[in-house]
Ligand binder design. Structure first.
Ligand code: FES
Length: 283
């Protein structure tokens, strides 16, 4: 196995990290409980996680400052300072969105995310020190601090990439789900579908059947946030709440009403044949 991958796995398995990682998550979870805050920071309004988008702004501005430091001359110092300051400003919403995502993690992923966050915060401290040094007339010291920050934020970015690309944190967990390609009989009579969701199996996937305003709706039972089943969640006001991290989905169309999920639930095609429910999809 790749040496870096082994190191990251060791971080994820570290018992020593569990207590501080859990303490931080427990301390901040309440901050993000209000629906408007959770939706804003999860990227519900964007249909996509917000944190990875914002990290591009931070890393992009700091990398640009680094290029000016390495390739430019004294006249480029004011522009470099503005780029360092812009990255620091962008780091505020980036940290907020990251902490919101972090508060819904557990175990292996949370321990890696803890180190990712510590590295990102250390990079911000180094850049803040750099800005102070540059503005105090110590441009050379400021450049070294910025270069050190770039290295640290690069390591943080690597861990962030591992979290999303390898562990699937923040991805739509139903992205590759396929239902039956042709209409499939669920074995359920249409007259038995009520406003209380019930689970049926279609193809290889569980599907929630529910009646909304007289019509039958079929949604994936796997939550788009982290792939856990929805059917044990409470139903209220035409919505189902995922029992795992509290995402709320509208039963009529699977839309996200509250994060942390940013992607809607998959919706299957549904029809009645000879009094029984058939599904196909998703569509
Ligand atoms: S699995 Fe996280 S909200 Fe559903």
């Amino acid at each position: 196995m790749h040496a870096v991958r082994r190191m990251i796995d060791a971080v994820g398995e570290s018992d020593a990290l569990e207590a501080p990682a859990a303490r931080v998550a427990d301390a901040v979870r309440g901050w993000f409980a209000p629906r408007a805050v959770k939706n804003a920071l999860s990227g519900v309004w964007l249909g996509h996680r917000l944190h990875p988008l914002l990290t591009d702004a931070v890393i992009g501005t700091w990398a640009s400052a680094g290029l000016l430091d390495l390739l430019g001359d004294r006249r480029d110092e004011p522009a470099a300072q503005r780029l360092v300051a812009a990255g620091l400003a962008a780091s505020i919403p980036t940290v907020a969105a990251g902490l919101s995502d972090y508060s819904d993690l557990y175990d292996h992923g949370r321990r890696i995310a803890f180190v990712h966050a510590m590295a990102a915060d250390a990079a911000s401290v180094l850049q803040a020190a750099s800005l102070l040094a540059r503005r105090g007339g110590h441009a050379a010291r400021g450049r070294w601090l910025s270069l050190a920050a770039l290295g640290v934020v690069g390591a943080a970015g690597y861990l962030g990439g591992h979290l999303s690309q390898v562990l699937g944190v923040g991805v739509d967990h139903t992205a590759f789900d396929e239902g039956p390609k042709d209409w499939e009989d669920t074995g359920v009579r249409a007259s038995d579908v009520t406003s209380t969701p019930q689970v049926v199996v279609a193809g290889e996937h569980q599907v929630l059947l529910v009646r909304v305003d007289g019509a039958i709706v079929a949604l994936a039972n796997r939550c788009s946030h982290a792939g856990w089943p929805l059917d044990d969640g409470p139903v209220e006001d035409g919505c189902i709440t995922c029992p795992y991290h509290g995402s709320v989905f509208r039963l009529a169309d699977g839309a996200v009403v509250r994060g942390p999920a940013a992607a809607p639930q998959l919706r299957y095609g549904v029809r009645e044949r000879d009094g029984r429910v058939e599904v196909v999809g998703p569509r």
